[in-house]
Design a protein around this ligand. Structure first.
Ligand SMILES: [Zn+2]
Length: 170
């Protein structure tokens, strides 16, 4: 077999039937999408919850229904405890750190009121992240829901809900 001149890894045999016609997968990501991700988190090799091994998984292997969610149904998953994290669409860049079911739920829950802030043009998305980072006392580059622990999720949610109330009556 000849080696391709680019850096892309071959798609493992077991995943080939899951790669759609556009040909993109975590092994063959979009360069444009990859370049566009701000503050890319490192690709995990061990699980932060249990130190187990981390592999790439497709939603059809993760969810019992065999269903896929979103335009990029891939995740990093711990083979020992099932902690996982999704990837930025069309890249192999994790959305943050691997999390168990409870933390994943908290991260989703706190993102909802936060997204309302900028989607309803109460403030720009960049300003919203900066204000949340200031509130949490962390650098803006670390202010990503995929990196939050349970306490940060609760604090972020309370802040966003409060912001929605104040800006609504302003
Ligand atoms: Zn684990």
């Amino acid at each position: 077999m000849s080696t391709q001149p680019n850096q892309l890894a071959p798609v493992p045999e077991a995943f080939r039937h899951l790669v759609p016609k556009h040909g993109k997968s975590p092994w063959q990501p979009s360069r444009t999408a990859t370049a566009r991700v701000p503050d890319p988190a490192p690709v995990p090799d061990t699980c932060p919850v249990c130190s187990g091994p981390v592999v790439i998984a497709h939603h059809t292997q993760i969810y019992r229904s065999g269903q896929t969610y979103g335009e990029w149904p891939w995740a990093y998953r711990c083979t020992d405890c099932d902690a996982m994290v999704g990837m930025h669409p069309f890249t192999s860049i994790p959305l943050g750190t691997l999390a168990g079911a409870e933390l994943r739920r908290l991260r989703t829950d706190c993102k909802q009121p936060f997204n309302l802030l900028w989607k309803h043009h109460r403030m720009s998305r960049i300003d919203a992240y900066q204000a949340l980072a200031d509130h949490l006392g962390i650098p803006k580059a670390e202010c990503h829901f995929g990196l939050f622990d349970a306490d940060q999720c609760r604090a972020a949610r309370a802040w966003a809900v409060q912001q929605l109330r104040t800006t609504a009556t302003a």
